[in-house]
Design a protein around this ligand. Structure first.
Ligand code: C2E
Ligand code: MG
Ligand code: MG
Length: 663
């Protein structure tokens, strides 16, 4: 019965509600619809989030008060306003929006800058939804707008803080490295042209788009944006900033001289103020120009980075300028403070180096400026760098080499001048390096002293030498052959040398009287009582103390005689003056010098004897020297004339000969 259901099948074409027999909405449904609409209206009007309905012609149909307030209007004022009055058309991802309007997508989320009525920028997150009619045709769009300006400002602030030093407000180490890396990245891109297009490296966490924000975003945000954009410009494709594979980079690494003293004597607040003043002066004078950056790397260290430098002359001129600029006294807290600065300068082709190497070399060069007398600049010198590198390599290799057993001790006899027999032997350490062969102690002992490796090394030499002397004692019980071991200053200052010596004697069983320790005059003349106490304790144990290389330092015999010292070892340089007399015994210049040296040595020997010391002469290379020394009353001697340093067995062989001769 088709007629019976006819009425029930009639529905509203808009909302699909079943209609009454008369073709009307049932009363209750109409009410419900109206109620729903007023709920929607209330929600729209009272919503905390901004909302706007926009027609297909980009005119606003209706905006809610929250949205209007966000950009400084009353809601009715916005009706029929074109959206380009509120957003920058350039700033719209137009393609996506058109897709939405055409019904090809339902939703779009974008970050937008809105134009406030007073000109400010309002940052917003916008979600745009497409509203369709019952049959699915696009009708209009609904934008829901959230004001995120504060979050953005906060983000910019945090980014700024992450990249700037809070005290001086200069770019900090992180920003410095960003800029440095950017300079290298772009050079790499320039070498590989395929990588250039669109490859503007932005290494910062801050979006470059904030650079266009201008007014509205805080000064901090704008500054960060500009700086990072600066990095992008400096890092731009080759042609833009005169780049290419030959691109250069330069760095002045600045450190104030004597800043620690200012901090200590005048207080940290004055130190801080001085740093602020220095930073301001550096920034004023040197931060301008493309690809330039003045940064504080920490403490009183600053850096001026020059991306795209023109050559080392440009950088050395800049360094000279820097030093001059800082020479002018600073007015800090009502006082005039004068400081000087040391600068390390490195300038080279980008492709020849890495950011790490550049900074490492700048650091080394700064150190040269300091050690060469401060208040100066020094340009990196590859030869000096290579020498230092090899020293550094040796220094770091010392401890592992000791563990691998690469050190050996040679012994050089100490001969009694009166009878020509061997009284003892000096222990001289050698490094049998697997690659470089035997390395002389003159090369590695100073490094070991600097690095502190001398302490374990010296301990090893001490014990090894005592063990050897004990073997001689066992084989030649009557000769009482002693061993003479060199002690570095640092062993006396920094280690418990007294305990080490006691332990070496105990473990090897060598009587203390057969151990002699050689120390230089400078090692005992340092301030403080520690060396003297150590020497006294050693002497009390029965160990003999010799002053090595005597005559090269202060030669303060009167002072030394008050210390528990037993032997003076005259430096080889005195004995080198003991030459053969001129032909026919004529008193030429040479022999006059010889006379003088002989008289000095004679006087020293007499004085030493008068003070109860015995005297050993070093570096005896010929018979005549040995004879003259014997005549001056010198007790023992050491040198190539008697024997070169060698295996312990060579000393034993000589001891055997001596025994056979005197038997
Ligand atoms: P030193 O203690 O003054 O040692 C004497 C140096 O003179 C030795 O050099 C020795 O080989 C050299 N020499 C010996 N006779 C002659 C000679 O007739 N003519 C010339 N021209 N030289 C001669 P070496 O072995 O190269 O040692 C150099 C320095 O290294 C030593 O000077 C000493 O200061 C230091 N040294 C050596 N071994 C050790 C050690 O175990 N510990 C410490 N702290 N320093 C050591
Ligand atoms: Mg010595
Ligand atoms: Mg010596």
């Amino acid at each position: 019965m088709p007629g019976r259901n006819e009425g029930a099948d009639r529905r509203c074409p808009v909302c699909s509600t079943p209609l009454s027999r008369e073709g009307r909405h049932p009363g209750a449904l109409l009410d419900a619809l109206q109620a729903s609409e007023s709920r929607f209206r209330a929600a729209f009007a009272d919503a905390g989030i901004g909302m706007a309905l926009v027609g297909p012609d980009d005119l606003i149909i209706e905006a809610n008060p929250a949205f209007a307030a966000m950009i400084g209007y009353e809601a009715p004022e916005l009706v029929d306003t074109h959206i380009h009055q509120i957003i920058d058309p350039e700033d719209t991802p137009r393609r996506l929006y058109l897709e939405l309007v055409r019904g090809e997508r339902d939703r779009l989320r974008v970050e937008k800058q809105l134009k406030h009525r007073d000109g400010r920028v309002v940052w917003s997150n916008v979600t745009i939804s497409l509203i369709r009619n019952g049959s699915g045709e696009p009708l209009y769009t609904l934008a829901m707008v959230e004001d995120v300006t504060e979050q953005r400002l906060l983000g910019d602030q945090l980014a700024y803080q992450a990249l700037h030093d809070p005290l001086t407000r200069l770019p900090n180490r992180s920003l410095f490295f960003e800029r440095l890396n950017a300079a290298f990245d772009s050079a790499a891109a320039a070498v590989a042209p395929a990588a250039v297009t669109g490859a503007v490296p932005v290494t910062s966490a801050v979006s470059v788009t904030s650079a266009v924000s201008g007014a509205g975003v805080g000064a901090a945000g704008a500054a960060v944006a500009a700086e990072v954009a600066g990095a992008a410009v400096a890092a731009g494709p080759a042609g833009a900033v005169g780049g290419g594979p030959g691109r250069r980079v330069g760095l002045c690494y600045v450190d104030l001289d004597g800043f620690a003293a200012i901090n200590e004597t005048l207080g940290h607040h004055i130190g801080d103020e001085l740093l602020v003043a220095v930073a301001a002066r550096l920034e004023r004078g040197f931060a301008r120009g493309e690809g330039r950056l003045v940064a504080r790397l920490g403490g009183d260290e600053f850096a001026v980075l020059v991306c795209d430098s023109a050559g080392s002359e440009q950088l050395t001129a800049l360094a000279a300028d820097l030093i001059k600029t800082l020479e002018e006294p600073f007015d800090v807290a009502g006082q005039q403070l004068a400081v000087t600065a040391s600068v390390g300068v490195v300038e080279r082709q980008v492709r020849e180096t890495t950011p790490t190497d550049l900074l490492k070399d700048a650091d080394a060069t700064l150190y040269w400026s300091k050690s060469d007398g401060r208040a100066r600049w020094t340009l990196y010198d590859p030869a000096r760098g290579a020498y230092q590198l090899s020293r550094q390599r040796l220094a770091t290799a010392l401890r592992p080499a000791l563990e691998r057993g690469e050190f050996a001790v040679e012994y050089q006899p100490l001969v009694g001048l009166a009878d020509g027999t061997v009284h003892g032997a000096e222990a001289l350490v050698r490094w049998r390096h697997p690659r470089y062969g035997t390395i002389s102690p003159d090369r590695f002992i100073p490094l070991a002293e600097e690095s502190g490796a001398i302490v374990p090394l010296g301990k090893w030499v001490l014990e090894e030498s005592c063990r050897q002397a004990k073997r001689w004692l066992t084989e030649f019980p009557d000769t009482e052959t002693f061993v003479s071991v060199n002690l570095a200053a640092r062993q006396i200052w920094d280690s418990d040398v007294v305990a080490d010596v006691a332990k070496a004697l105990e473990t090897t069983g060598l009587p203390a009287r057969l151990l002699q320790l050689e120390i230089t005059e400078s090692a005992v003349l340092g301030p403080g009582g520690r060396p003297v106490q150590a020497l006294q304790a050693l002497a009390d144990m029965g160990v003999r103390i010799a002053i090595d290389d005597f005559g090269t330092g202060y030669s303060n015999l009167a002072y030394l005689s008050r210390l528990p010292v037993h032997v003076l070892k005259l430096d080889g340089s005195f004995i080198a003056g003991f030459r053969e007399p001129g032909p026919g015994g004529r008193p030429d210049n040479r022999s006059r010098r010889t006379d003088a040296d002989e008289q000095i040595v004679g006087a020293m020997v007499q004085l030493a004897h008068a003070l109860g010391l015995t005297v050993t002469a070093e570096g005896i290379e010929n018979a005549s020297q040995a004879e003259r020394l014997r005549i001056t009353g010198c007790d023992t001697a050491q040198g190539w004339y008697f024997a070169r340093p060698g295996e312990a067995e060579r000393v034993a062989a000589i001891l055997r000969e001596d025994r056979a001769r005197t038997a």
